[in-house]
Each structure stands twice: as C-alpha cells, then as structure tokens.
Ligand binder design. Structure first.
Ligand SMILES: [Zn+2]
Length: 80
C-alpha cells in the first residue's frame, strides 16, 4: 500500500515540476529584449539617448527626442 502512495507522490511531484518548467519557458518567450515593454514602441532620444514611448517623443527632422527642449537644442546647435 505504501508503495502505491509513493508512486502517486512521485507522479504529482513530477507533474508539478513539469508545469513550473513549462511556465518558466513561456515567460522567457514573452519577454523580448527591449528596454520597456507595455505594447509601446520605444524610441531613443537623439540628444541624450533616453528611451521614451514613441507617442510621448518629440519628432524633428526624422529624429526622436525625449523633450521639446532637446529638439530645440539640436536645432540651435546646427550652425556651429
Ligand atoms: Zn533627450
């Protein structure tokens, strides 16, 4: 009788291990190597290199900036 119990325990432990291993595997697949992921596309500031969501970024001359200030700094620094 105790042997049957032992086999049942082994099966349950094996099943739980397999389940947790599969969960780990899927979690790793769900995380692409990006700085921040909330379904948003991140762009890099051309001035300071900060990553900002594309909808919050300031676009200027095909480049992205974290703030209007950095876009203006780049524009004013062009002549020199
Ligand atoms: Zn910036």
């Amino acid at each position: 009788m105790s042997r049957i119990l032992f086999i049942i325990v082994l099966l349950v432990v094996g099943y739980l291990l397999l389940k947790s291993w599969q969960r780990k595997k899927t979690v790793n697949q769900d995380q692409p190597p990006r700085p921040i992921t909330h379904g948003q596309h991140m762009v890099r500031c051309a001035k300071c290199g900060l990553y900002v969501p594309e909808e919050q970024a300031v676009g200027y001359e095909g480049k992205h900036f974290c703030s209007l200030e950095h876009a203006q700094l780049t524009r004013s620094g062009r002549g020199s």
